[in-house]
Design a protein around this ligand. Structure first.
Ligand code: ADP
Ligand code: SF4
Length: 679
């Protein structure tokens, strides 16, 4: 690192009436903590303030009950009763020298109107933006518009009273009433709020002007605006009305926070986009406005961040995922500890969890969402009272994470893995096309472990029960992973499928380098990335590939990582033949027999030479059973305890390590958010 190379990232920046201490912004991302979980949410934000982020964003906060994302875990600033909690959050953020911002939103036709019982409101009479839900939006009349403007103004006033340094007017992601009024796709009005560009812009302009009036120079007002629709209706583009909006409102907000819409385009995974992928859409903004510009793009490399600022693309670097994966990223850059950055792998497990209504989890950072309730710090663990000898068998995500956590506490840690290289599945799966970044799970941990004197790493070292016994460790953790089933038992079908056990290959075989002839049929009863990524990989290598799933659509879980439609597009582009809604009943003489999953009706056989079964995994229990037979105490962790995602394995490794340290509650009950009882 050259002296001063990253200094520009630490230059303060004036934003209207406030000054950000540096260029790092923790975006107002969804944390999976609703307004009912303020303690956990404050824990997340405070940890990032401690880690050096200059501005800490409060997630999308509804301004009143007509913005109703029923069932999704968002924030509220409806009335003065909500101010106290926000003020506490602001106070904690300020205590670390960071600024606090809040994203004030009305979600318009993205709302659902179920929980609060008021009609969803839109510019026109339209179905809500969830076609599979039988709800519609009311076309707002003049009194609704007046009320909405008053709601925004009042929310700005409350944000100010809560002590926020900056409030956002939110007009992004196809999820804001202001965006819905702007878009000719949704706005079919014939009054002064519809028709011409200036008319459709009117509401956004009015709300922004009133926000500035209300903020009265005591709080900055930012506009979060998607300058380009990369998905969805594609009516607002960076060379069309997206640009026109920035030109029309150029100096009205104190800060432009710009991105692309919809969410799947904004939060692209590593499979589909490189770091800094929004530049081509957002780089014009700084040329149009004199106000500071903030943007995102899964930034993890300080060099890319510096380049964006030096080239005049952005003034501030925004991060959701990079701050989830490494809350201390800014401090590490400031201290020149670039190798210590726990880089986001771009998997969107965080998004998938949040979309399930649960507090966010992260593949790279097991302490995410545990800051308050379990008191886990992402960088430190309490020191062990006495250093003990710990043997970990298996150097995959679980084994390496457990090793790092225990070594940080001061224990003497040995990791043995039978493979030539440490890394387990994070290494193996990173060889599949599109999954190279999965390797970061291993790279971060291995590098950290290699720096520590109390860690001993042995690759190429298969241990049996006798070898483990002979080692004489104080504690034994088995992180020996799992194996894919060959017999067809999967997630929807729990019985073996005829002909599979003797003939099918599994992902383990493929990743271990087994050669096989095509055409290939992949049977996917797993529904995440493995079958689909393998299909594309094999097709790219020249195989004719068929992919069959009992589910109604392929890559079901990838809908939650915002990747499903991209994945289907990839399969199509690779000429993979797709068979959804098809349950396999047997494999014989190069033919997969299938029936419709919904009706049970027979479908034509699918002919191929090689069958690859991607169905379910079971723990590797051989070593555990042998140790149990000798009465040797041990604990299975990660996939060896229960097969799951890499995120689950890392989390398991971390949790088991902390349990071994004795810092976790015996009864397994950690701090909880408790509702207030008014009766
Ligand atoms: P997880 O996701 O739970 O970390 P992985 O499958 O990624 O699990 O890693 C398991 C690791 O354990 C693999 O790298 C494998 O080589 C190693 N392993 C399995 N059995 C043994 C054994 N008996 N001795 C040493 N290493 C083992
Ligand atoms: Fe990045 Fe994956 Fe963590 Fe999300 S879950 S922050 S995408 S590593």
């Amino acid at each position: 690192m050259v002296d001063g190379q990253y200094d520009i990232l630490f230059e303060p920046l004036r934003i209207g009436p406030v000054t950000a201490p540096n260029r790092f912004v923790m975006m107002p991302y969804a944390t999976g903590h609703s307004h009912l979980m303020p303690n956990g949410a404050i824990g997340i934000r405070e940890m990032r303030a401690e880690g050096g982020w200059g501005i800490i964003g409060m997630q999308l906060s509804e301004i009143d009950p007509t913005s109703d994302l029923s069932g999704l875990p968002y924030e509220r600033l409806w009335d003065d009763g909500d101010v106290k909690v926000h003020a506490k959050s602001v106070e904690r953020i300020h205590s670390h020298g960071a600024l606090a911002s809040i994203e004030l939103a009305h979600t318009g036709i993205r709302s659902r109107g179920i929980e609060n019982g008021y009609p969803v409101m839109g510019p026109s009479s339209l179905p809500t933006l969830k076609p599979d839900m039988p709800y519609s939006a009311k076309a707002m009349d003049k009194s609704d518009i007046k009320r909405l403007r008053a709601s925004f103004r009042a929310a700005i006033g409350r944000a100010k009273r809560a002590g926020y340094d900056m409030a956002y007017v939110y007009a992004s992601h196809d999820a804001s009433i202001l965006w819905h009024f702007l878009s000719p796709h949704y706005n079919h009005r014939t009054d002064e709020y519809g028709g011409s560009f200036e008319n459709r812009l009117r509401l956004l302009r009015e709300v922004l002007e009133e926000a500035q009036e209300e903020a009265a120079g005591e709080m900055a007002v930012a506009l979060r605006f998607a300058v380009h629709e990369a998905s969805g209706p594609k009516r607002i583009t960076c060379d069309g009305e997206g640009r026109d909006v920035v030109e029309a409102l150029a100096d009205l907000p104190d800060l432009w926070d710009v991105n692309i819409s919809g969410w799947s385009a904004d939060s692209q995974t590593a499979r589909y986009a490189r770091q800094g992928y929004q530049e081509e859409f957002t780089s014009f903004v700084k040329k149009v406005t004199d106000k500071p510009v903030l943007g995102v793009g899964r930034f993890t490399s300080p060099d890319t961040m510096v380049s964006q600022i030096k080239r005049g693309v952005l003034d501030m670097i925004g991060a959701a995922r990079a701050s989830i994966a490494d809350p201390f990223l800014p401090n590490k850059i400031r201290e020149g500890r670039i190798e210590d950055i726990r880089e986001c792998i771009g998997c969107n497990v965080c998004v998938s969890v949040e979309l399930s209504g649960v507090q966010v989890r992260c593949t790279q950072n097991p302490t995410m969402s545990e800051e308050w309730r379990r008191g886990w710090h992402p960088e430190t663990v309490p020191p062990a009272e006495t250093a003990e000898n710990i043997l970990i068998v298996g150097g995959g995500p679980a084994g390496l994470e457990a090793a790092l956590t225990l070594a940080r506490a001061g224990h003497e840690v040995t990791v043995a893995d039978k493979a030539a290289e440490m890394g387990g599945r994070s290494l193996r799966e990173s060889t599949i096309k599109g999954l190279a970044s999965w390797g970061r799970v291993r790279d971060y941990r291995l590098y950290q472990l290699q720096q520590m004197g109390n860690v001993h790493l042995y690759a190429d070292s298969e241990l049996d029960a006798d070898a483990v016994a002979e080692f004489g460790a104080d504690h034994i953790l088995l992180a020996t992973g799992s194996r894919w089933l060959r017999d067809g038992r999967g997630r929807s079908n729990l019985a073996p499928i005829q002909g599979f056990e003797d003939n099918a290959l599994t992902p383990d075989d493929v990743l271990n380098g087994t050669e096989f002839p095509g055409p290939v049929v992949i049977y996917d009863d797993d529904h995440y990335y493995m079958a689909n990524a393998l299909a594309v990989d094999l097709a790219t290598k020249g195989h004719e590939v068929h992919i069959v799933t009992p589910m109604a659509a392929l890559a079901g879980w990838m809908g939650n990582t915002l990747e499903q439609s991209r994945m289907l597009g990839e399969l199509l582009a690779a000429s993979v033949k797709m068979y959804p809604n098809a349950t396999a009943t047997g494999w014989q003489d190069g033919a997969l027999s299938v029936i419709r999953s919904d009706t049970g009706e027979g479908l034509p056989d699918i002919a191929a030479i090689t069958l690859i079964s991607v169905t379910n995994r079971v723990p590797e229990t051989g070593l555990s059973d042998a140790l149990a037979a000798q009465g040797i105490k041990h604990t299975a962790i990660g996939d060896a305890e229960v097969p799951g995602t890499i995120q689950a394995a890392v989390y398991s490794g971390h949790r088991h390590a902390r349990e071994l340290l004795g810092t976790e509650p015996e009864d397994r009950i950690f701090k909880r958010e408790r509702p207030t009882l008014f009766l």
